[in-house]
Design a protein around this ligand. Structure first.
Ligand code: SAM
Ligand code: SF4
Length: 326
């Protein structure tokens, strides 16, 4: 279905839980989330109901995210049931990778096509610092397992943080030389409470390409402009000889609202027309027909674009990222 700005809405991101087994400093507070009661959260059947409605209205791609989707106990059967819905062509998951070594096989068998794995550093001490409690080796084991199983696409998502990992962009990008992965650098977004990062932490993703050109030479870094890749939220580049792309997601310095084809569903049953707006449309407890009406409303309420984001001008989402799903 089209929104009011001729954007075809084809992509639904479902946050299946707010809870997480990590506590990334830019995403959620150390003391976790204030636990909502079980009754406030969507049931398994409700998630399927929304997915069916979405498919009926033209959604072709669903991503399961969170919080950490792999801590949800029925995630594998949920993935399998969503993949069986007529019209859903692609099922994707975004995970921190900590439990991926254990679940990757089952997810593959359930029909998951693509996996995005978050990894902000290659250094074990820095990994512990940024995630507050995580072990790099667990996330890396998850990545290796996923690579071994050969999903349609594996992407590594790195939040670019000035003073933390801007010195690692060449090393992280060089994973595309060795492995069949894309690496995407995401600008740090100033969410409701995205940690105590100072202004210098919010840097432009374009510095990645400056650093790659400095390392490899201008003529070894190619921007990808072919039709197949236009319309993606990431601007894609390739290091000569690499197996995958380096992507920049400039959510702050150069928003991609014109290409936005997505709707989000939170684990407490709110449809979000825009990541950075506080408008939410509740579908908790509704029948399939009622959800269809709300889903259409959410599509028609997608704003043309969100307000500018910066260190001083924060997202209006009124939620942390773990409560939206990224
Ligand atoms: N737990 C899973 C993970 O970390 O991949 C899925 C949920 S997480 C909220 C989804 C994505 O949002 C991750 O890639 C994470 O790095 C990103 N993210 C969280 N907070 C962010 C922020 N303030 N700015 C930019 N990206 C953020
Ligand atoms: Fe958890 Fe993902 Fe947020 Fe990190 S980014 S705290 S792994 S939800």
């Amino acid at each position: 279905m089209q929104d009011n700005y001729n954007r075809e809405i084809k992509y639904l991101r479902i946050s299946v839980t707010e809870r997480c087994n990590l506590r990334c400093r830019y995403c959620m507070p150390l003391d976790g989330v204030c636990k909502k009661s079980h009754d406030e959260m969507l049931t398994y059947e409700e998630i399927l109901r929304v997915s069916r409605v979405a498919a009926k209205l033209g959604v072709k791609k669903i991503r399961l995210t969170g919080g950490e989707p792999l801590i949800k106990k029925d995630i594998v059967s949920l993935a399998s049931d969503i993949k069986k819905i007529e019209g859903i062509e692609e099922l994707c998951i975004t995970t921190n990778g900590i439990l991926l070594n254990e679940y990757a096989n089952d997810l593959k068998n359930a029909g998951v096509d693509r996996i995005n794995i978050s990894l902000d550093t290659l250094n074990a001490e820095k990994y512990k610092y940024i995630t507050r409690i995580g072990e790099f080796k667990d996330a890396w084991a998850g990545i290796e397992k996923a690579l071994k199983l050969g999903f349609k696409k594996i992407k590594i998502n790195t939040v670019l943080i000035g003073g933390f990992n801007d010195d690692e962009v060449v090393d992280i990008s060089s994973l595309t030389l060795k492995y069949h992965v894309d690496v995407r650098f995401i600008e740090l977004m100033p969410m409701y409470d995205s940690g105590d990062f100072k202004e210098n932490a919010f840097i432009k993703a374009s510095i990645v390409i400056d650093k790659l050109k400095e390392k490899y030479g201008n003529n070894k870094i190619t921007e990808i402009n072919d039709i197949k890749h236009i319309g993606q939220v990431a601007r894609l580049y390739k290091i000569d000889g690499a197996l995958g792309f380096v992507g920049l997601i400039s959510a702050v310095s150069n928003h991609f609202c014109k290409e936005c084809n997505r709707i989000r569903l939170t684990s407490d049953g709110k449809l979000k027309p825009c990541l950075h707006s506080n408008e939410e449309i509740s579908i908790k407890g509704l029948s399939e027909d009622e959800i269809e009406e709300k889903f259409k409303m959410a599509i028609l309420h997608k704003p043309k674009q969100h307000d500018e984001l910066s260190y001083t001008s924060r997202s209006h989402a009124d939620r942390n990222m773990n409560q939206i799903g990224g």
